[in-house]
Design a binder for this molecule. Structure first.
Ligand SMILES: NC(=O)c1ccc[n+]([C@@H]2O[C@H](COP(=O)([O-])OP(=O)(O)OC[C@H]3O[C@@H](n4cnc5c(N)ncnc54)[C@H](OP(=O)(O)O)[C@@H]3O)[C@@H](O)[C@H]2O)c1
Length: 293
């Protein structure tokens, strides 16, 4: 039996490279993507690798609760159990926008959508399953904080990097707290960061200037492509003895690139009180308790 890996946002970028590496390693891949067309193209690329057909997609839009519920129902109907879940899908620096849940886009897509998905899906994880959550160096930025009093930046000024770092700190706090809640079981939660990797994420909201002109120049200073950027994620999954709660990222200069290894989380990301406050607050936002059995 192949192990099953679910990867959110895997039609492109780091998610696709992760899907490719796991597919080549013999995993059955379930792509959790919001576009059927992009998913089909990505699946065709994997099938051309000559390693069989063990890949499919189920639609998932992280900012749509109904879509998350439908994904979980469909996955359980088709497969029942999974072994690896990668909380990968995300956005970077869009203009200020509220989702239909009334939340700021970074927070809803990058963090809360994953929190809701995990709350519904983790009962279907195998006893030695692994959850990998995509953190970022941004979780260590000075501006990185959880703005409980104004999570959607309705009153405080919206600054894109502040909002991105809030969402990445939130997902990191979640990954670390999940590891605490997995203690005493064989389940693991690992947090990873890719360094800085030249993917579509930089051009989606900035267009030609950042994506096509600035990034290739910055590349000269060590920024790599999606294949290299995905190595931390792939290492976290394919190396079986990485301890629960680890933070994995590139070991090169400034942790921008290089071979994967253990990195240091910020003090805030390890703050248990903050993590529990966020967990409770997130339960209120999704209107459900999220208990780990
Ligand atoms: N690249 C870096 O340097 C870097 C650094 C630190 C952290 N990260 C993190 O790594 C992860 C992957 O980023 P990437 O660089 O690979 O970016 P990317 O190439 O832009 O890929 C992002 C993926 O997320 C998906 N996505 C966006 N909104 C979604 C939604 N509402 N529901 C479901 N999927 C959605 C996208 O789907 P569509 O194609 O349909 O939009 C795409 O598949 C992100 O969490 C990002 O924050 C990246």
């Amino acid at each position: 039996m192949n192990k099953i890996a679910i990867i959110t946002g895997s039609n492109t970028g780091l998610g696709f490279e992760t899907a490719k590496a796991l597919f080549l390693d013999g995993y059955y891949i379930v792509m959790a993507n919001r576009s059927a067309q992009k998913s089909k193209l990505a699946i065709n690329k994997l099938k051309k690798l000559g390693k069989g057909n063990k890949v499919e997609y189920i639609l998932l839009d992280l900012e749509d609760r109904k879509s998350i519920e439908a994904f979980v129902a469909e996955f359980e109907n088709r497969h029942g159990k999974f072994d690896v879940l990668v909380n990968n899908g995300g956005v970077l620096l869009p203009k200020y926008a509220l989702t239909k849940n009334g939340l700021e886009k970074h927070f809803d897509v990058n963090y809360l959508g994953h929190f809701y998905l995990n709350s519904l899906l983790l009962n279907s994880m195998s006893d030695s399953g692994l959850v990998v959550s995509l953190g970022s160096l941004a979780h260590k930025m000075e501006v990185a904080d959880i703005h409980f009093d104004d999570i959607a930046f309705k009153n405080i000024a919206y600054k894109k990097m502040t909002a991105y770092s809030q969402s990445k700190l939130a997902l990191t706090l979640y990954g670390v707290e999940l590891a605490r809640r997995f203690e005493g079981s064989n389940k693991r939660s690992i947090i990873v960061h890719p360094g800085v990797s030249n993917t579509d994420i930089f051009s989606r909201y900035y267009g030609r200037y950042l994506g096509k002109i600035v990034m290739p120049i910055v590349k000269l200073f060590g920024i790599t492509g999606p294949k290299e950027g995905a190595q931390s994620i792939i290492h976290a999954i394919l190396t079986s003895d990485i301890p629960n709660g680890s933070f994995i990222g590139p070991q090169g200069k400034k942790e921008w690139c290089g071979n994967p290894g253990v990195c240091k989380l910020s003090d805030k990301a390890r703050d248990k009180i903050l993590a529990n406050k966020l967990w409770k607050y997130s339960e209120e936002l999704i209107g459900n308790e999220f208990n780990i059995n």
